[in-house]
Design a protein around this ligand. Structure first.
Ligand code: KIV
Ligand code: ZN
Length: 511
């Protein structure tokens, strides 16, 4: 397969304001087009097809105004069918532009020539050549550098008559078209078939002809076709923001730009503007970004299976993520990878959700919470963070069992009165020691409840934004009779009570 010459950067040609616009339920007004044009330019896209002047007076005015506004660094292109009236309108619209192009087109597909145009191939060939010659004449007349793009509408259906198409294109180029655009107007087959046909054209035309692709997404492979066309030698890539465009849309700009970037190609695009621009385009087009839309969909960063959550969390800060194509920062997306808990999720999700809410938890405790969280999720579907936190309070910080604390009061320094139920039986004891933990454990020992403390830690939990006062959390770790470590954790506004509750939570797991 023929390769691109080294260093040929892709030439992005945006068609949001034309193919995207013509597919909207309510095409954009002049103000809207002006605003979107700026967004396209800010992305670093060098060429913009701004409209179809002959399609309506409003679109003519839009094209005219955008042509006046665009500076010399951005190519502005207008569409015209291959007939004089359209070309004259186009030429009128670009009169005051600094860097214009006329884009004219006609189908060369056997099916379309016969059933839609009702014309013989030779007649269509003449129309194509005449259109390009006339566009050239018009551009010269208004003193513009001749820049003509010719499109073979339905090129994707031209594999059987490709020799005829090539002959027409040679004449079209001879008559002034510098860019030959090959649209997959309706995506029916596989990317490889399109690229093989495209290569026949590329090989037959003069080297300085720019080959362009314009792929619709009827079978969902437009991105693949466009990216692979670039690597096979197509320089101009016609894309639409958010994949807008007729029917299932055109090639999605975001996906192509990111895919090329990931392949090490210098795109010249400010990728960090992609996410924000997509939200704006969605709002202005009233075309929702579907949940699973690659890169920008609300679900595009969600992980729900335990294995994926584990990998995602372990590689969260890295550019190369375990279960994502890019770091979201690359496209200016700053909402974290979403970790939801369902019946398919695992311990890492619990761990991450609790940690994200600023509560301490160990992996062992996450494992202990799993059966409760799974059972609840089986019943309710995905659990909210609050629901996981509630389970943590109920199942980790307040474990019910044989021991039930009634009160723990200081009598004097180092001396505490401990009052509790054990299997429903009242117990009271005075415990002495070096602080509440020591005193409580000594009191319990007096009643025959021998414990082996292995670890103790005190946390202060920040007061929340709802104004609750600061709370203390104690974590106590004891060994059971098999020398296994058991963790008890509790929260209270009193540090002493948090300590004792944590001891009781551990005891309830031991007994
Ligand atoms: O899809 C198509 O064939 C087109 C042409 C007008 C370029 O949009
Ligand atoms: Zn199109």
């Amino acid at each position: 397969m023929q390769r691109l010459k080294n260093g040929s950067a892709p030439y992005f040609y945006d068609i949001t304001l034309r193919d995207g616009n013509q597919s909207l339920k309510k095409p954009w007004s002049l103000e809207e087009k002006l605003f979107i044009f700026d967004k396209i330019v800010e992305l670093g896209i060098p060429a913009v097809e701004i409209g179809f002047p002959a399609s309506s007076q409003m679109d003519f005015e839009c094209c005219k105004t955008l042509c006046e506004k665009a500076d010399k660094n951005t190519l502005v292109s207008v569409l015209a069918r291959a007939h004089k009236g359209d070309i004259e309108k186009a030429s009128d619209a670009i009169k005051n532009s600094k860097k214009p192009r006329i884009h004219t087109f006609i189908t060369l597909s056997p099916f379309h020539m016969e059933h839609v145009l009702n014309k013989k191939p030779d007649e269509v060939a003449t129309l194509a050549i005449d259109a390009v010659s006339y566009a050239k004449e018009c551009m010269e007349k208004i003193n513009k550098e001749v820049n003509i793009e010719f499109s073979v509408e339905h090129f994707g259906d031209c594999s059987q008559n490709i020799d005829f198409v090539i002959d027409v294109l040679k004449d079209v180029v001879q008559n002034g078209a510098k860019t030959i655009n090959l649209p997959n107007t309706v995506e029916r087959y596989r990317p490889k078939k399109f690229i093989e046909t495209m290569l026949k054209v590329k090989e037959a035309l003069p080297d300085d002809t720019i080959i362009s692709v314009h792929n619709h997404n009827d079978l969902g492979m437009a991105t693949a076709t466009t990216v692979e066309s670039y690597f096979a030698g197509a320089l101009q890539l016609e894309c639409c923001l958010n994949g807008l465009g007729e029917r299932a849309g055109n090639t999605d700009f975001n996906q192509v730009a990111v895919a090329l970037h990931n392949c090490g190609i210098k795109t010249g695009i400010d990728l960090s503007k992609i996410y924000e621009t997509s939200l704006i385009i969605s709002q202005m087009s009233k075309v929702k970004i579907y949940e699973k839309a690659p890169l920008i969909g609300p679900e595009a960063l969600a992980h729900r299976s335990g294995i994926h959550q584990d990998g995602a969390i372990k590689t969260k800060e890295m550019d190369f993520g375990a279960y994502r194509p890019i770091h979201p920062d690359l496209i200016g997306r700053y909402d974290d990878e979403k970790i939801g808990f369902t019946s398919q999720s695992g311990k890492t999700a619990i761990y991450d959700i609790i940690k994200a809410q600023k509560y301490p938890i160990t992996i062992k405790e996450s494992i202990a919470l799993m059966p409760y969280a799974k059972a609840l999720a089986e019943e309710k579907g995905e659990l909210k963070s609050d629901e996981i936190l509630q389970l943590y309070f109920d199942r980790i910080c307040n474990i019910k069992g044989a021991f039930e604390l009634i009160s723990f009061k200081q009598i004097e320094k180092g001396v505490f009165d401990l009052f509790f139920n054990f299997k429903g039986e009242r117990k009271e004891v005075i415990g002495q020691g070096n602080g509440p933990v020591d005193a409580c454990l000594n009191g319990l020992k007096k009643l025959g409840f021998e414990t082996k403390l292995s670890y103790y830690k005190q946390y202060s939990l920040d007061s929340d934004d709802k104004g609750s006062s600061a709370q203390a959390m104690s974590m106590i770790s004891m060994l059971n009779k098999n020398n296994e470590e058991i963790i008890g954790r509790a929260i209270d506004t009193s540090t002493a009570l948090a300590n004792v509750k944590a001891i009781f939570n551990a005891l309830n797991q031991i007994y």
